[in-house]
Design a protein around this ligand. Sequence first.
Ligand SMILES: Nc1ncnc2c1ncn2[C@@H]1O[C@H](COP(=O)(O)OP(=O)(O)OP(=O)(O)O)[C@@H](O)[C@H]1O
Ligand SMILES: Nc1ccn([C@@H]2O[C@H](COP(=O)(O)O)[C@@H](O)[C@H]2O)c(=O)n1
Length: 241
Amino acid sequence: MAASPQETNPVRPGARAPVVVAIDGPSGTGKSSTSKAVAAKLGLRYLDTGAQYRAITWWMLTHGVDVNDAAAVAEAAGRPAIVSTTDPAAPGITADGEDASGPIRTQEVTAAVSAVSAVPAVRSRITELQRSIAASAPEGMVVEGRDIGTTVLPNADLKIFLTASPEARAERRGGELKAKNGQADLAATQEALLKRDRADSSRAVSPLLKADDAVEVDTTELTLEQVIECVVTLIVEKQRA
Ligand SMILES: Nc1ncnc2c1ncn2[C@@H]1O[C@H](COP(=O)(O)OP(=O)(O)OP(=O)(O)O)[C@@H](O)[C@H]1O
Ligand SMILES: Nc1ccn([C@@H]2O[C@H](COP(=O)(O)O)[C@@H](O)[C@H]2O)c(=O)n1
């Protein structure tokens, strides 16, 4: 059956209509895993905005900027060139031309990123970058983070807010740590997740918040495959509407 006009993508004839999807939520709710898989399934680009905040944090840590000094962070916010690749099969990020994909996942960066991302000069710079990347994807994009539906792309075609219980999120992160280090302290992992959520939710500028028009999906009792299926269905329904 021929695609209806609403489903036709002018960039790739026969493909679905371009769509911009915002996926927000607290740490460990499955935003990255879900967004990457959904974008790959539907032929969309993918932007990990947390990686951008991590990359600028990593650059500051490696260039002697005191990440707890908001004035110093603000002064340095415009200095590094942050470049993201948006292929969901191979997402990557560089800071001043250096591959930051590995270093941004260290504990040191994770512990510092909320302080850096709370600085208004950092947010305005990264938000502008995110909007220009989203505007340069005619096939559509899945953009994941904390403030995409509320601030970065308030006109997104579809907004999804993923949640999960703290226990489920700690279990998931613990699984990753166990695979990497052979062990994981679940209580400490849960406390670190909640601490980051508290900081991200309580900052003055663009805090972690569900947009009024976002669809909330509680992933606590769902497998990753079920979450992916649920989000794909929501997007396809939106494209047909
Ligand atoms: N529904 C699920 N069931 C079980 N495990 C899941 C589910 N969703 C994601 N995971 C696993 O949980 C871990 C965290 O997922 P992911 O990195 O996608 O979360 P996130 O929301 O992007 O986290 P953060 O904001 O901290 O980067 C990964 O190991 C992922 O495979
Ligand atoms: N839109 C966003 C995305 C992320 N942040 C900050 O970056 C941190 C790391 O995010 P991950 O998704 O990679 O864990 C996050 O804790 C926030 O501080 C943000 O502010 N806005």
